[in-house]
Design a protein around this ligand. Structure first.
Ligand SMILES: Cc1cc2nc3c(=O)[nH]c(=O)nc-3n(C[C@H](O)[C@H](O)[C@H](O)COP(=O)(O)O)c2cc1C
Length: 197
């Protein structure tokens, strides 16, 4: 089958990408708005860019339901800071709860029974239960598309602090991270739920 993406519905392209580009890791992104209200949401359009300097990216999209931008995007535009928390197996259910589309005044940490822990070098809290948290300042946002549903942004972050949930020595860090993350959660299909790998 040959497909010209300009000739099929955007929803079909979405299904094709979500089903083909797998597995996608999950950035569980915590932010705050200008009033200090925390926000937490998962994004599976997520990956690393490079490690020197350490740089990550994720992609919030324009909501299909009402063409609105997501709170995460607004907050990063306003504050230039975010934390990418890694999702371990036991956090999968809580992560799915935080994907619910809610008014911006709802705190997803409270909704999902998670604990806010203070970050070291940025203002948004990290998820205390997460095995690894990357504190980021905004490098840049790249606009993709025309703002219609399904278009979005590439949010690139400078990693300014990393917190690993372990008290081992730095020499054991790599082994420890792999141990902690031996069952990371990734998205293996559509964006409405996560499956484990
Ligand atoms: C596993 C999973 C992966 C998701 N990945 C993305 C993504 O890459 N981009 C996106 O815009 N939304 C993604 N979503 C949906 C958002 O999490 C959802 O729209 C959320 O309500 C956004 O929250 P916010 O408005 O507080 O930022 C994903 C949801 C789940 C459950």
């Amino acid at each position: 089958m040959e497909i010209n993406p300009a000739e099929i519905p955007a929803a079909a392209i979405n299904r094709l990408i979500l089903g083909s580009v797998v597995p996608r890791p999950i950035a569980w992104v915590s932010t705050i708005n200008l009033a200090g209200q925390p926000n937490l949401a998962p994004f599976s359009f997520f990956n690393a860019v490079c490690y020197n300097p350490p740089t990550l990216l994720f992609c919030p999209g324009v909501r299909a339901t009402d063409s609105a931008s997501k709170d995460t995007y607004y907050n990063i535009r306003a504050t230039n800071e975010f934390v990418i928390n890694i999702v371990s197996e036991e956090l999968a259910e809580a992560m799915n709860i935080t994907a619910t589309e809610l008014p911006s005044e709802v705190n997803e940490f409270e909704l999902a029974g998670l604990t806010e822990a203070p970050s070291k070098r940025v203002h948004p809290p990290r998820v205390a239960q997460s095995p690894v948290s990357f504190e980021c300042t905004l490098n840049q946002i790249v606009d993709i598309g025309d703002g219609s549903p399904g278009s979005g942004w590439v949010v690139i972050g400078n990693v300014v602090h990393i917190r690993v949930a372990d008290d081992t020595s730095f020499a054991n860090l790599l082994v420890t991270v792999l141990d902690k993350l031996d069952v990371p959660v990734a998205s293996f299909g559509d964006s409405t739920g996560a499956l484990e790998i």
